[in-house]
Design a protein around this ligand. Structure first.
Ligand code: 0RA
Length: 643
């Protein structure tokens, strides 16, 4: 009877619930852009992954249909279809129309997979103009169809069946999503991750929009027998391996399944640790990552000390030295995960620290004892890293003593503002003294500072560490911003606690050279002052490209369309002036179009995925020219418009 009451209550929620999802889709799936669109697929696939983790399913196929609808098929037990007599509703219908209903049916296994928002397949139903569920169970095939979350047909038996499983086809509502075309690579990347994270499940992706010469659609299959061991091998497949071995553990601690794989490559200044909770990529890390770092550092340190390896070398090793050249994947499954942080991808559950730490300590300790040759190779690399860190620190402090990076006053070229309230203050980084002069006249000297830099600043991507801090323009940047760098433990550590401006605005000419300087400066901030980007302090100014004049009427234009519209309004005797650079503008023009906070438009520079950004900057600043040119021309890709 309690069962029935609960059921009654939840069926009242049905309408409310799914209406709410359509009213505020972003609250349930994050956003309504490309990301949210792909999230729908993950939500459906996660249900099948749960069925697989419960041990009843080993094959999941995802098909992108020609009309950008999606079909997900699994060979599990099939979603139950038995009727609740009073409600005239099948279990299937409850799963598809009640928010969060999915988990309630699966009592014997807890729901550990699950998209970032874990909202269930009913959200997908609510946000689809069409959904078709087909269930094969107990010798029969059942079908029911829906539209915008509401059934359009009864659940009907369509025939007999010799297998079990579930098939869900859905077409996302184009009146809700801003993008309705699926990106093959995005789905493939997620399914590949899922295959590595859940060994033994075969995931296939088929794109019916791409038919090959053989008449077959493009298709890939992802399967991993050895789970994270293969994931780590895949990540490092283009790197030189240090130990030709992957250390892999797959265990359970205090009821928490823990899987970790790690290896070392020969590179320095790099660690590549990915962490997951319930198959969700925890970009901001959290307690499981803390446990991993502690387990790794303590076990390695203990091994090195017991074998008297550090004593001989007379170096002080620190935690960072153990992770140079490390590639690792950490995956835990937690029943009630608490997610924190700006993007809700940081695990907060404290029990994960000890679980991962003890699992890693034990497995790594055993590995090191059983593989003395590999152990020696790793510890020797740690020692080299510690020595290199010490040398870089000594070099830097020597340079800093000569002309301190901060504390020895401000760069002569800086025209500072009068306010000392960082939240109100802005620093314009401008190319060249002439544009610098114009900006200085056009600014609000109370809150706006101007720092001219000379030509193209050093490419930090290619430069050696010590060169970077020898470079005058870069030293000026650090000094002007009051940012310091380097502590004895971590030569890369950036301290922005005394940052004097909460808007750092790169203002360059609106031409190819200007965008090259933008890219150099953004790379510099990404590599050397990343917190400035992470805190949302870095912006690009958007100077106009044209000034249109007709008699007394004057208008600045940023696009060709705006110019055409001006001409349409004012006749073709319009004078169109194309600005070649900031230097051609008067101080008033620069103020009105680009600097005045009440009139200008700024682009905020953001990083959504540091791994991708890392790849992009390596490409941009590397040796190849063509991809760089393409990218620069479209560089608004990683900048948001900010009013
Ligand atoms: C609960 C119970 C049972 C199956 C499922 C859930 C199930 C859900 C989904 C979602 C996608 N694919 C799925 N496959 C299975 C079966 C209970 C039983 O047979 O006793």
């Amino acid at each position: 009877m309690a069962e029935k009451e609960e059921y009654g209550a939840s069926s009242i929620q049905v309408l409310e619930g799914l209406e709410a999802v359509r009213k505020r889709p972003a609250m349930y799936i994050g956003d309504i852009s490309e990301k949210g669109l792909h999230h729908l697929v993950y939500e459906v696939v996660d249900n099948s992954i749960d069925e697989a983790l419960a041990g009843y399913c080993d094959t999941i196929s995802v098909t992108i249909n020609p009309d950008n609808s999606i079909t997900v098929i699994d060979n599990g037990r099939g979603i139950p279809v038995d009727m609740h007599e009073k409600e005239h509703k099948s279990a299937l219908e409850v799963v598809l129309t009640v928010l969060h209903a999915g988990g309630k049916f699966n009592k014997d296994n807890y729901k550990v997979s699950g998209g970032l928002h874990g909202v269930g397949v009913s959200c997908v139903n609510a946000l689809s103009t069409y959904l078709r569920a087909e269930v094969h169970r107990e010798g029969k095939a059942y079908v029911q169809e829906y539209s915008c979350g509401k059934p359009t047909t009864e659940l009907r038996v369509t025939g007999t069946s010799d297998h079990t499983g579930t098939s869900i086809t859905f077409k996302p509502d184009s009146s809700i999503f801003t993008v309705t075309e699926y990106d093959y690579a995005t789905l493939a990347s997620r399914l590949r991750d899922l295959a590595f994270l859940n060994a033994g499940i075969r995931l296939t992706l088929t794109d019916m929009r791409q038919i090959g010469e053989d008449g077959q659609p493009f298709s890939e299959s992802f399967y991993s027998r050895n789970g994270l061991r293969e994931f780590v091998e895949y990540i490092d497949s283009n790197k030189e391996s240090l130990i030709n071995d992957v250390i892999h553990l797959n265990t359970e601690r205090n009821g928490i399944p823990v899987e970790v794989a790690l290896t070392y490559n020969t590179s320095y200044n790099s660690e590549n640790i990915r962490s997951y909770v319930n198959n969700i990529h925890t970009i901001e890390g959290g307690t499981h990552l803390t446990g991993f770092r502690r387990g790794l550092t303590m076990t390695m340190k203990k091994y090195g000390e017991e074998h008297k390896m550090f004593e001989k070398e007379k170096v002080e090793v620190s935690a960072n030295d153990f992770t140079e050249g490390l590639t690792a994947v950490v995956s835990v499954k937690i029943m009630e995960p608490q997610f924190e942080g700006q993007t809700k991808t940081k695990l907060g559950n404290n029990e994960a620290i000890g679980a991962v730490q003890t699992a890693v300590s034990e497995a790594l300790g055993n590995y090191l004892e059983e593989h003395p040759r590999e152990a020696k190779t790793i510890v020797e690399k740690v020692i080299v890293a510690a020595k290199a860190r010490k040398a870089a620190y000594d070099a830097r402090t020597k340079v800093q003593r000569k002309t301190p990076l901060y504390g020895g006053g401000l760069p002569g070229k800086l025209s500072d503002c009068s306010s000392r309230t960082a939240e109100d203050c802005e620093l314009f980084i401008v190319e060249g003294d002439s544009a610098g002069g114009t900006a200085k006249q056009g600014r609000d000297r109370r809150i706006q500072a101007v720092l001219p830099i000379r030509g193209k600043i050093l490419n930090v991507e290619k430069a050696m560490e010590h060169k970077i801090f020898d470079n005058q323009e870069i030293r000026n940047l650090f000094q002007a911003m009051r940012v310091t760098i380097g502590t004895p433990e971590d030569p890369q550590a950036v301290n922005i606690s005394k940052l004097a401006y909460h808007k750092i605005i790169i203002m360059t000419d609106a031409d190819v050279d200007g965008s090259h300087i933008d890219t150099l400066l953004m790379t510099f901030f990404f590599r050397r002052m990343r917190p400035v980007i992470e805190q949302g302090y870095l912006y690009l100014a958007t100077p106009p490209l044209y000034k249109c004049t007709r008699g007394k009427v004057e208008e600045y234009c940023w696009t060709d369309l705006q110019v055409q519209q001006f001409i349409a309004r004012n006749g073709d005797r319009t004078k169109v002036q194309r600005y070649k650079g900031l230097g051609e503008m008067s101080a008033e023009e620069l103020r009105d179009t680009t600097m005045d906070p009440s009139q200008r438009l700024l682009k905020q520079v953001t990083i959504s995925d540091a791994v991708e950004a890392d790849r992009i900057f390596s490409m941009l600043m590397g040796e190849e020219v063509a991809p760089r040119r393409d990218f620069i021309e479209a560089n608004a890709n990683y900048a948001n418009i900010d009013a």
